[in-house]
Design a protein around this ligand. Sequence first.
Ligand code: GAP
Length: 449
Amino acid sequence: MAENTMVGSNLMEKIVALCKRRGFIYPGSEIYGGIAGFWDYGPLGVELKNNIKKQWWKSMVNQRDDVVGIDGSIIMNPKVWQASGHVEAFTDPLIECKKCHHRFRADHLVQNDSAAPEEAICPNCKERGQFTKPRKFNLLVKTYLGVVEGEQVEVFLRGEITQGAFVNFKNVLDSTRIKIPFGIAQIGKAFRNEITPGNFTYRSKEFEQMELEFFIKNNDKEGDRWFEYWKDQRMSWYCSLGLKKENLRFRKHEDHERAHYARFAEDIEYNAPFGWSEFEGIHHRGDWDLSRHNLTYKDEETGEEFTPWVIETSGGVDRSALFFLIDSYFEDPTAGSGQERVVLRLHPKLAPVKVAVFPLLANKEELVGVAKSIYKDLKQSIDGVVAFDDRGNIGKRYFSQDEIGTPWCVTVDFQSLEDKTVTVRDRDTTKQERIEVESLASYFAEKFK
Ligand code: GAP
C-alpha cells in the first residue's frame, strides 16, 4: 500500500469536516450557535466511542481476575472534593488581557511566546504586555442542588472520575473477595471549567475518562514494579488497537507540572497535528487519596493494617477517539480515475460499521432480495453495526464505506444467484475474494476474533 503522502498540514481540518459530514462528531448545541468546549457524538461517533470503551473494559476488567468495575455518581458529597485536595489545588494559572479582556492559560501562552506571561502577545487583540499577573483558577464545575431558592447546596460535577473508586474502596472490599494487589476500574464523564478549550475535542469541558485505580502494598519496590507494569500494559493496548508506535511516546512529568496527588507521573503522548499531546496519564498517587479519606486496609493473613498505595492509569475516551481517527486517516493516491479515496484504517474492533452489504444493482430485485437476507443474517451474527446500501454505483458505495472505516463490504452479484457465493472486499487492500454465503458468519467470526 502506498505511503500516505497526500495528508498535509490541514489534516485537522479534514478530520473535523469528515466527523461532521459523516456523523462522528458535531459541535454541541449547534443550532443555537454552539457552546465552547462541548461536543455531541453522532451515530458513527457513538459506535467508535462505545467500541473503545468496550475494548478497554474487556482488557482491564473482564480478562483479569485482580480488577473489578464500578460506576460511581457524577455528583458527590462536596466533602469528597475538600478531602481530595481538588477544592484547594485543582487549578490552572489564568491571565487576562487588560485590553480585550480575553482570558488564557498562562502556561499555554508561554509555550507560544518566549516572554514571561505578563509580557506575552495577546492571541486575540495582538497587544503585547497587557496581561494581568497569573492567578489560580479552580477547574471544578459548580452546580446547585435543592428545590428552595436560597437554600440550595453548592455541589461539584466531578473533575476526575477517580474519587468514586476511593470513596467506594471499603464497599468493594466488604462486598467482594478481592485482596491487594487489586484494582477498581471505571469509565464515565468528568467536567472541567477549562480556561481555553480547543483543538477540536482534545480539550473539552465535558469529557469521558477510563480509569484504573490499582491498590498495592506501601513500599517503593511494589510502587516501581506496578508503575512500570501498568505503563507497559497501557502502551501495548493502544498499539494492539492499531495506533502507530512511531506516533506514541512516554513523557515524564516535571516537578512543577505534577498534579497535587501525584508522587510521579508519566503521560502517554500522541504525535498530533498540533504537537505531541497527552491522552493518558500513569500516576503514582502514593497514599494521597486513601489517607485523605481516612481509609486503610487490613491484611487478613498477617493482621497488618496499612494505607495502600495507588497506581493509576487515566485515559481519555474522547482524546483516544480523536487520535484513533487521526492515526487511521489515509488518502489513497492510487485510487485513480480522478476520484479521491479517503480511508479510515481503523482496527476492525473499533470500526463503527463492521460490514456493509450491497446488491450490485439496486434495480434488480433478485439481487436486492438476496442482499437483504444476507444483511439480516449478518446483523444477528456480527457483534456491531452491519449496514445495507443500494444507492449510486458500487464504486461510490465502496468509497463511502472506506471513508468511515468499514473493514469489509459484501456484494451480491449475478454469479451469487448461480453459485450462492458473494464477493467480500477488504478496505485496506481493496482486494476481493469470493465466499460462500453459507460460510459468511464463520468467515467474519474469524476476522473479528
Ligand atoms: N484521575 C487523574 C486524572 O484525571 P488527568 O491527567 O487530569 O488525570 C486524565 O486526566 C486524562 O483525561 C487525560 O490524559 C485526558 O485523556 C483526559 N482529559 C483530561 N482533561 C481533558 C479535557 N479537558 N478534555 C478532554 N479530555 C481530557
